[in-house]
Design a protein around this ligand. Structure first.
Ligand SMILES: *Cc1c(COP(=O)(O)O)cnc(C)c1O
Length: 373
């Protein structure tokens, strides 16, 4: 019998969240961003839920191959483009579209021998200062690409640093539009946060939105808004079971470093989940957790293989009546409990000082993952 921890990927929720993106930007085509193994969910496990997207966007050529292997014949975009010249051969063979963000990538294209000209997305660094040509150097790069027989259509793209926050998109979109407005080709500017928060902004007109985190049911702008506000459903549930129960008296401490001290009689449950499963060690007393679908809190430090949870709300509430509480009881770390109660991954992430993205991506190898409804 393996340890009881396991993750479930919810196909219907992926489908639902994709529908929410379409509602928000009805005129745009949607890239389902599936980099980082579909934000930790597994490309093969999200494919069914996301196959209604117009294309898949990712970083790794191996992941692109996996999507082709699943039978996807539509567009696939490499968001960082190629890393070395021979990657272009795979692009030709698999029909991959790729971002072009630097002169080295144009040099490689110019030297590439191909029967099929490539579709490329020329990336502008409009202020985030990660990848892309600055507005000043952008038009020259566009002209260089346009002159290559290896290049078919050129689309234009940029990426926002603050679509989820108060700074917003103003400082970037105006520079982008000023430089690209008379260029032909499709445009791709919005990520999840821009698609949800700035879709009414006419300057953001986009042929392709690049939707990542929203598909996975996490609010890009948590805690200002949450998944419920955006009507998103959790796509990953991490759950386990209780392995033990301890009855504490005032003054008793819990776990490594004795970080938690009971101030009176307290019953705690020991759950089979620790930081080696990808549950963040930075979570401390107070982090929300569900036991039998009832919300309670972590107490004490997260160990490698175990966490300790306060069972008081279950004992106090009538909900515990008729439900077995003890060895084997269901514990939900994030996602949806059997009784339907949801614990958003964003709340757990916040308790650890991080974002839902990181928790889902960091799900450990040792946790078995299954596709579910
Ligand atoms: C990851 C990524 C996205 C998706 O971002 P979300 O915040 O998850 O929607 C969009 N565009 C680019 C270039 C990316 O790298």
């Amino acid at each position: 019998m393996p340890r009881p921890i396991h993750a479930t990927i919810h196909t219907a929720a992926l489908h639902h969240n994709l529908g929410r993106v379409r509602q928000s930007v009805p005129d745009a085509k949607v890239w389902a961003v599936v980099k980082a193994n579909a934000y930790g969910h597994g490309i093969e496990r999200v494919f069914e839920g996301l196959r209604g997207a117009d294309g898949f966007a990712l970083l790794d050529l191996a992941e692109a191959e996996r999507i082709r292997h699943l039978g996807w014949r539509g567009p696939i975009l490499l968001l960082e483009g190629v890393f070395e010249a021979r990657d272009l051969e795979l692009c030709s063979r698999l029909g991959l579209w790729h971002a072009v963000h630097c002169d080295e990538q144009i040099d490689m294209l110019a030297a590439h021998k191909t029967q099929v000209p490539h579709r490329v997305f020329l990336k502008m660094n409009s202020g985030m200062n990660r990848l892309g040509f600055t507005p000043r150097s952008y038009r020259a790069a566009w002209a260089r690409l346009d002159a290559l027989t290896q290049v078919d259509e050129i689309s234009v793209m940029t990426h926002f640093s603050d679509a989820d926050g108060p700074l917003g998109i103003d400082h970037q979109i105006d520079a982008f539009n000023a430089t690209t407005q008379d260029l032909p080709g499709e445009r791709s500017v919005a990520n999840s946060a821009a698609a949800l928060r700035h879709h009414g902004d006419a300057r953001l007109r986009s042929d392709w939105v690049r939707a990542g985190i929203v598909l996975y049911g996490s609010a890009p702008d948590f805690p200002e808004s949450d998944a419920q506000h955006w009507a998103l459903e959790p796509t990953m549930t991490l759950s386990t079971r209780l392995l033990g129960v301890q009855h504490l008296q005032a003054g008793d401490t819990v776990g490594y470093g004795s970080r938690f001290t009971a101030d009176g009689p307290l019953t705690i449950g020991i759950a089979a989940c620790g930081y080696a499963d990808g549950y963040p060690r930075h979570c401390d007393t107070g982090t929300p957790v569900l036991v039998n679908g009832v919300r309670t809190r972590l107490v004490g430090r997260v160990s490698m293989d175990m966490i300790t949870v306060d069972l008081t709300p279950l004992i106090a509430s009538g909900m515990a009546v008729g439900t077995h509480l003890g060895f084997g009881s269901e514990v939900t770390l994030w996602g949806r409990a059997s009784n339907g109660t949801v614990l958003p991954v964003d709340e757990v992430a916040r308790a650890a000082g991080t974002v839902g993205y990181e928790l889902m991506c960091a799900l450990a190898q040792r946790v078995p993952v299954a596709q579910g409804v």
